[in-house]
Ligand binder design. Structure first.
Ligand code: ATP
Ligand code: MG
Length: 443
C-alpha cells in the first residue's frame, strides 16, 4: 500500500475531484440494493461514503463493516446530489466514492450502547458505566469539547489579567480549615490528607506574585447525593492582591465569566445547538446583598431562610427573580454572615456580623464562592480563636501575613458546574469525564 497523507473530513470540500485518504469511525452503514453507504466520522466531522456495485473489491472489504469499526478509505471526492443532502452529515455537500477500503480495527463484540444515535437515551448509571464508549457519541463529546473551551478560556482570561499560574500540593500533612470533609490517606508511616481547597497556598502565592490562579483538583469527602456534587472536581481558583475591596474581586470574576461565555459561544456553536442552548447574554451581573435576597425571597416567594443562610431552593428562586428583573443568568449574592463563612473572611468594616464575601450563582446553582481575606496576622489569629480553632495549627498560614501582605481576595469556581448549567445537564456527573461519588470509583 503506497503511503498517502490522511485528509481530514473537514478538508474534503476543498478536494473536489481528487482521491483522498480518510480515516475514522463508522457511524452507520446502510445498504440500498447493491449500493453501500457508510457515514464516516473523524474528529473534524462526518461524511458519507458510497461503495458502488462495480467495485467488488471494496464491496468485499466492507462486507463485515458495522457501526464503530475503524476504517481507512481511499476515495474520490464528489459533489453530493442535492436531493441526498441532509443536515445529519456535516459535510453534506460532499460524498466520497470509495476506491479502496481497509479495516484498521474493529469491536470484538457488539457495543454495549448504540453511540450513533444523537441522543443516547440511557440513564446516568449506564452512561457512566460505559463512559469510554459513550464518549464516542456526538452529544457526549460536545460536553467535553465545551469543557475544554471553558478551561482554555479561563486560562486565557487569567493571563490577560496578569495572573500567574501555580500548582499547589494536593497532599497535605494536616487537615487545615478545620473541616471534616478531608479524605485521609496513608503517607508512608503517617497519615496525610487530600486538599479540599488551594486556599492557603494561593494566598501565599498572591503574597509574592500579586495575582495567581490555579486549575487544580479538589477533593471533598462529603457524602453527597445531589445533582451538583462530586467528590473530586476541578477548581478554577484565583487570588489577587492590592484590592480596594471585594468589588475588585467580583469585577475580575465577572470579566472572566464573560470571557468564558463569549469564547464558548463563538467556538462551540455547533455543540451548544445540539443541546438547544445558548451562552448567557452579555449583561451586567447584578450584585445583591444576602439580606436583601432574603427580603426578596420572603416577599416574592413567601420563603423564609434558616439562620439567614440560603439553601438550594432559595438559590433557584433568586436566580429566577434576577432573570425576570434584570435579564441576567448570573447573580452575585454578597455579604454573607460571619457565621457562614470561613475564619479568614474579612469582616465588613461597618458591620462585624457580615463579611466581605460573595457567591456567584448561575441558572439556579452556586458556581463560585469568594471574598476579601484578612491580611493582618493579629486579626487573623484572633479570628482563628473565635472560631474555636488553635492558632498554633495554622502557624505556616499566619506567617504569610506576619511578614506583610496586601489587602487581597479571590475565588474558587467550579469548572464542571459551569458546563452543567450551560447545557442544563441533569447531573454534574455528565460534565465530569470519570466522576467519583460516594458509590462510584470506576471506571
Ligand atoms: P455547595 O454549597 O454547593 O456544597 P461549597 O460552598 O461547599 O458548595 P466552595 O467550598 O465554596 O463550595 O467551593 C467553590 C466552588 O467549587 C463551588 O461554588 C462549586 O462551584 C465548586 N464545588 C464545591 N464543592 C463541589 C463538589 N463537591 N462538586 C463539584 N463542585 C464543587
Ligand atoms: Mg461556596
Amino acid at each position: 500500500m503506497e503511503s498517502k497523507k490522511r485528509t481530514l473530513i473537514r478538508e474534503t470540500p476543498d478536494c473536489m475531484g481528487e482521491t483522498v485518504r480518510l480515516q475514522g469511525w463508522v457511524d452507520i452503514r446502510r445498504d440500498h440494493g447493491k449500493l453501500v453507504f457508510i457515514d464516516l466520522r473523524d474528529r473534524t466531522g462526518e461524511v458519507q461514503l458510497i461503495i458502488l456495485p462495480d467495485n467488488p473489491g471494496a464491496i468485499e472489504a466492507a462486507k463485515d463493516v458495522r457501526s464503530e469499526f475503524l476504517i481507512e478509505v481511499d476515495g474520490l471526492v464528489k459533489e453530493r446530489p442535492a436531493k441526498m443532502q441532509n443536515d445529519a452529515v456535516k459535510t453534506g455537500g460532499v460524498e466520497i466514492e470509495v476506491v479502496e477500503l481497509r479495516i484498521i480495527a474493529k469491536p470484538e463484540t457488539e457495543l454495549p450502547i448504540d453511540v450513533s444515535q444523537t441522543d443516547l437515551g440511557v440513564n446516568l448509571d449506564t452512561l457512566l458505566n460505559n463512559r469510554t464508549i459513550a464518549l464516542r457519541n456526538v452529544k457526549v463529546r460536545a460536553v467535553f469539547s465545551i469543557y475544554s473551551e471553558v478551561l482554555r478560556s479561563y486560562d486565557e482570561a487569567m493571563r490577560a489579567g496578569e495572573f500567574v499560574e501555580i500548582k499547589t500540593p494536593k497532599i497535605l500533612g494536616s487537615a487545615t480549615e478545620g473541616g471534616a470533609n478531608f479524605f485521609k490517606i496513608k503517607y508512608f508511616d503517617r497519615d496525610a490528607f487530600l486538599a479540599q481547597s488551594p486556599q492557603f497556598y494561593k494566598q501565599a502565592g498572591m503574597s509574592a506574585f500579586e495575582r495567581v490562579f490555579e486549575i487544580g483538583t479538589v477533593f471533598r469527602a462529603e457524602p453527597h447525593f445531589t445533582t451538583r456534587h462530586v467528590n473530586e472536581y476541578t477548581g478554577l481558583d484565583a487570588e489577587m492582591g492590592f484590592i480596594d475591596g471585594v468589588t475588585d474581586v467580583m469585577d475580575e470574576l465577572e470579566r472572566t465569566m464573560k470571557h468564558i461565555f463569549r469564547n464558548v459561544g463563538i467556538s462551540c456553536e455547533a455543540e451548544l445547538s445540539l443541546y438547544g442552548e445558548a451562552v448567557p447574554g452579555d449583561v451586567e451581573i447584578p450584585r445583591i446583598r444576602l439580606s436583601d435576597a432574603e427580603d426578596i425571597l420572603r416577599k416574592e416567594y413567601g420563603k423564609e431562610l434558616e439562620n439567614h443562610d440560603i439553601d438550594s431552593e432559595g438559590e433557584r428562586m433568586i436566580c429566577e427573580y434576577v432573570k425576570k428583573e434584570y435579564g441576567s443568568d448570573l447573580v452575585f449574592l454578597t455579604h454573607y454572615p460571619t457565621s457562614l463563612r470561613p475564619f479568614y473572611s474579612m469582616p465588613s468594616p461597618d458591620d462585624a456580623l457580615t463579611t466581605e464575601t460573595f457567591d456567584l450563582l448561575f441558572r439556579g446553582v452556586e458556581i463560585a464562592s469568594g471574598g476579601q481575606r484578612i491580611h493582618d496576622a493579629e486579626m487573623l489569629t484572633g479570628n482563628i480563636r473565635k472560631f474555636g480553632l488553635d492558632p498554633s495549627d495554622f502557624s505556616d498560614y499566619i506567617d504569610i501575613f506576619r511578614y506583610g501582605a496586601p489587602p487581597h481576595g479571590g475565588w474558587g469556581l467550579g469548572s464542571e458546574r459551569i458546563v452543567q448549567k450551560m447545557l442544563t445537564l441533569g447531573s454534574i456527573k455528565e460534565a465530569v469525564l470519570y466522576p467519583r461519588d460516594v458509590k462510584r470509583l470506576a471506571p
